[in-house]
Design a protein around this ligand. Structure first.
Ligand SMILES: CC(C)(COP(=O)(O)OP(=O)(O)OC[C@H]1O[C@@H](n2cnc3c(N)ncnc32)[C@H](O)[C@@H]1OP(=O)(O)O)[C@@H](O)C(=O)NCCC(=O)NCCS
Length: 209
């Protein structure tokens, strides 16, 4: 697949979401994703089918290499912006409402983060968990349940970053009309390269990604 900036690379067609929506041209935006208000989406982020972001007040920021999967909702609180860091996976049907997610986190399927919650870097929020208003989760936490509680400390930065890279790769395929991106020799090679870089702590991805 052609990397960004090279022949054969097809960026997502630009969408006019309004004057305060800033989506980096390297980001992937599925045709059914919707974005309104004051929103920034950084380089190589991806917005998957049915994802909705709204910021009628405050603002939403989505960091580099972060994926918002199918039917994710990101909304602001009246007094709380929603900020998501880099290399995060906000997985299917999760809701981030006026909360902050630091770098290298995975928010599990259907989890809900309420206003003022902060998820520390390198954490995992389990599927279905509800992180209540203003809860501060320390970095490297495993968080489960309703209301969510930290069940152990484990730095999940490496696995979460690897997951984010899989979505960067997937987004590149989708942009080019390919939907079977997690099979085959090219993918295996990409994964090995990412893993080698993660092991050497060099940021975790091929330079051209
Ligand atoms: C939460 C998670 C990180 C825990 O994994 P782990 O560290 O290996 O820990 P375990 O599987 O031993 O689970 C630890 C405890 O949490 C509980 N638990 C796991 N998932 C839970 C959930 N979604 N809700 C409530 N409790 C949960 C387990 O039952 C176990 O309880 P116990 O100690 O009383 O037996 C893992 O189960 C998980 O959900 N990872 C994210 C998967 C995901 O959403 N991927 C995205 C796909 S797109």
């Amino acid at each position: 697949m052609a990397p960004a900036g090279e022949p054969g690379h097809r960026p997502s067609p630009p969408r006019d979401f309004g004057p305060e929506v800033r989506i980096d041209p390297t980001a992937f935006v599925a045709p059914t994703a919707l974005v309104y208000g004051r929103v920034e989406v950084a380089e190589h982020a991806s917005l998957w089918p049915g994802c909705v972001i709204r910021a009628e007040c405050q603002e939403v920021r989505v960091g580099r290499y972060t994926n918002l999967q199918d039917q994710v909702v990101v909304h602001v609180g009246y007094d709380a912006p929603a900020h998501i860091g880099e290399f995060c996976s906000i997985t299917h049907r999760a809701v981030v409402h006026g909360a902050r997610v630091e770098d290298d986190c995975l928010i599990g399927i259907g989890a809900i983060l309420m206003d003022g919650a902060v998820i520390g870097a390198g954490s995992i929020v389990a599927p279905g968990a509800v992180v209540t208003e203003g809860t501060k989760i320390p970095p490297g936490s495993i968080v489960v349940g309703i209301p969510a509680r930290v069940i152990r400390q484990r730095d999940a930065r490496r696995e979460n970053r690897l997951n984010a890279w899989k979505y960067v790769w997937n987004a590149r395929g989708y942009r080019e009309g390919r939907h079977r991106n997690w099979v085959g020799a090219d993918y295996e090679r990409f994964l090995r390269e990412v893993e080698a870089r993660l092991d050497s702590d060099a940021g975790g991805g091929p330079a051209e990604a």
